[in-house]
Design a protein around this ligand. Structure first.
Ligand code: ADP
Ligand code: MG
Length: 194
């Protein structure tokens, strides 16, 4: 399947945040969307996911796809974790095929074991980011979308997170935004111009 973002335009308060933005997301490819803060990266991802409507343009699913929308595992910019649930529960709740013990094994690849049973609201920003990454990879999906997944991670943890994402994504397409490009050389760079 190819996902085609076709001439996406989005206007907020008389300002064109996205102006005829186009992107073809091919099977197995990874895309790094770059651009300064406020350039429309999150807006584009939300349009791609069907959460925000563009003023013009459209997202097309080309090829043989069994759903009317894209099943995506997502790291949202603002996380959208269930704050009162533990990291383990946040992960296994997104996929009925997953057991709590499997979720724990996945989380332990990126987080200290003694943080996994606390409500996630008690975790640091960087830890919450890592819970979001593991949750995104746990969702049954055909696309991974990650909005600033490495915010608050030190270089070593970030590298581990990148390796985890690469391992879990298999041959799924990946669309990611990040300020730092280090370690993401495998992605095709897609600049958004403000
Ligand atoms: P980025 O992710 O690249 O930092 P965003 O997509 O979050 O950029 O935002 C792009 C611009 O659109 C910003 O100026 C932001 O203030 C504005 N914006 C985003 N969402 C809304 C909204 N719901 N209402 C009004 N303005 C918005
Ligand atoms: Mg953003």
């Amino acid at each position: 399947m190819t996902i085609e973002a076709e001439n996406i335009t989005k206007i907020y308060d008389d300002r064109k945040v996205l102006d005829n933005f186009c992107l073809e997301i091919k099977d197995e490819a990874a895309y790094l969307i770059t651009g300064p803060s406020g350039s429309g990266k999150t807006t584009f991802l939300n349009i791609l996911l069907g959460l925000v409507k563009p003023d013009s343009g459209r997202i097309r699913l080309l090829g043989d796809y069994k759903y009317p929308y894209i099943l995506a595992g997502t790291v949202f910019q603002e996380e959208r974790l269930c704050e009162d649930f533990s990291a383990v529960r946040n992960v296994y709740m997104v996929n009925r095929k997953l057991s709590p013990s499997f979720a724990r094994e996945e989380l332990e690849q990126l987080l200290p074991a003694d943080e996994l049973d606390k409500p996630v609201r008690e975790l640091s920003g960087g830890m919450r980011r890592r819970v979001s990454i593991v949750r995104a990879a746990a969702v049954p999906s055909d696309l991974l979308v990650m909005d600033e997944p490495f915010t608050g991670l030190d270089p070593e943890t970030r590298q581990k997170a990148i390796e985890y994402i690469l391992k879990k994504r298999g041959d799924k397409p990946l669309v990611i935004t990040s300020h730092e490009t280090e370690g993401l050389e495998f992605c095709r760079k897609v600049p958004i111009h403000p």
